[in-house]
Design a protein around this ligand. Structure first.
Ligand code: 6AU
Length: 251
């Protein structure tokens, strides 16, 4: 389905990742701009995207965010990935993209649930269009958290309805279970990406219902890139950890 507006394409995102030579997306789940800027500078060479939860940043200030995080990430060839998990109707998702954190002004990829209807994708792209920018949506098809309600039938419906959308670059799959990823890959085909959270070399680190799988198994099962938070940011040596995850996911 042609979107009728300019989107960041899967090919452009895959090319950007190839140029960085790593399939690691850093989940920078930290509380201040300085902490995020610091980890970005430390591990930037080993990551292809910086995933944020911008609503969790205590001292958020747009000018500082652009200067200390967004521009440095761009200089390093890293895509900005805001994990906002939009879920409202299309028009409200557009309002949220254009809210005080100005997600549309800097994010290249955002996450969204498909639960409210397909127009959420249109609403998000409308915001990028208003800012004169292009981006893409990663839709949640599975989750890594235990007890989640995204069952097989829901996953199939999500993929069926979004696989043909230009504005969707791919799907979030459950990295903690390689067979979930291979099932998702067979539904998705090769034209869209699968990004997988729930990845940690030490599965014992899981907290609050999170579940973890191994990065190499996730890639072997068909994931394009692994999303790693605690495994890097809570490690005593984040640089060495990021390098290790990058090696584990290399061909
Ligand atoms: O490696 P962790 O467990 O410290 O962090 C995992 C990161 C967090 C979550 O918000 C995110 O991955 N995540 C996601 C997404 C969309 O990225 C989906 C999901 O099912 N599980 C999950 O943990 O930033």
């Amino acid at each position: 389905m042609s979107a009728g507006y300019a989107c960041l394409s899967v090919d452009e995102i895959r090319l950007s990742m190839e140029e960085k030579g790593t399939r690691v997306i850093l989940a920078a789940d930290l509380f201040t701009i300085s902490e995020i800027s610091h980890i970005l500078n430390e591990v930037g060479r080993h990551i292809c995207m910086l995933k944020t939860h911008v609503d969790g940043i205590h001292d958020f200030d747009l000018d500082r965010w652009m200067d200390e995080v967004v521009r440095p990430a761009r200089k390093m060839g890293i895509l900005l990935f805001e994990d906002r998990k939009f879920a409202d109707i299309g028009h409200v998702s557009k309002i949220q993209m254009l809210g005080h954190q100005r997600i549309a002004d800097w994010a290249d990829v955002v996450t969204a649930h498909r639960i409210s209807g397909p127009d959420i994708v249109e609403g998000i792209h409308d915001a990028w269009r208003e800012c004169g920018r292009r981006g893409s949506v990663a839709v949640l098809a599975q989750m890594s958290s235990s007890g989640n309600l995204l069952d097989e039938e829901y996953c199939r419906k999500v993929v069926d309805s979004c696989r043909g959308m230009d504005g969707v670059c791919g799907f979030i799959g459950n990295g903690s279970n390689p067979s979930n990823i291979s099932e998702l890959r067979s539904l998705v085909g090769s034209d869209k990406m699968i990004l997988t959270p729930g990845i940690n070399l030490n599965s014992g680190e899981a907290r609050m219902g999170q579940r973890y799988g191994h990065p190499r198994e996730a890639i072997a099962a068909g994931s394009d890139a692994v999303i790693v938070g605690s495994g890097i940011i809570r490690n005593a040596e984040p640089l060495a950890a990021a390098k290790k995850y990058a090696e584990e996911t290399s061909a």
